[in-house]
Design a protein around this ligand. Structure first.
Ligand SMILES: [Zn+2]
Length: 213
């Protein structure tokens, strides 16, 4: 199927997936406990279509979810290896290469006014969505642009992030020292916010810039 719309992941989406296993004092918490949570990860970021993902996952749900988590672990391993300047485990490379082999292909299409770029959806919609998630990380590595990749210096946290501070000396997942608990709350409220956006965003124009006084 060829369609004329884009699904584009940025590095933030990739980090969100890696951080969906969250360590608190070294104890992992799974933020994608169900197939539905994993599907929501992709669809809320417009990385894939809900229907095809749902149909594919329904065949063998446990195996489907395991593929998401395996790719996530591989992304984590690649990130960690890049930050730590060490050899990446071969299994992680294999896993991501399998995923990247399903990256959607761009196709050109002639239009009345000239030419447009489409993409072709292949049959493995999960691998395709995961490829989109992996691509910004792969692109950063290709560009040698990993100098600001970080892992929180708190060994009980290891939250991954990109250091966008001016000096580039950020060591913790929050600005001062690792505020693990505060971060957990932030993640949860962000997720709640995402669930409710349909109802909360409409009132946003109410307090626009005042003209007078
Ligand atoms: Zn931290």
């Amino acid at each position: 199927m060829t369609v004329g719309h884009a699904h584009v992941a940025d590095l933030e989406a990739c980090l969100d997936l890696i951080n969906s296993v969250e360590l608190t004092d070294g104890v992992p918490e799974e933020h994608l406990p169900t197939v539905q949570d994993a599907i929501a990860y992709f669809t809320t970021r417009n990385l894939a279509h809900d229907g095809p993902l749902r149909a594919q996952a329904s065949v063998r749900p446990a195996a489907w979810l395991a593929r998401v988590r395996e790719a996530r672990a591989a992304l984590r391993e690649v990130w960690d290896a890049a930050v730590e300047g060490r050899t990446v485990r071969e299994g992680a490379v294999d896993t991501l290469n399998d995923v990247l082999a399903h990256a959607p292909r761009q196709t050109l299409r002639s239009t009345l006014a000239g030419v447009a770029v489409d993409h072709r959806h292949e049959d493995d919609v999960l691998a395709e969505a995961l490829a989109r998630v992996a691509e910004p990380l792969v692109a950063a590595i290709a560009d040698g642009d990993t100098g600001r990749f970080r892992i929180c210096a708190n060994d009980g946290c290891r939250w991954v992030f990109e250091d966008t501070s001016r000096g580039g000396r950020r060591r913790w997942c929050d600005m001062s020292s690792c505020g693990n608990r505060a971060k957990v709350r932030r993640f949860r409220s962000k997720r709640r916010g995402a669930d409710e956006t349909g109802t909360t965003e409409s009132g946003a124009t109410e307090s626009g810039p005042a003209g007078g006084s």
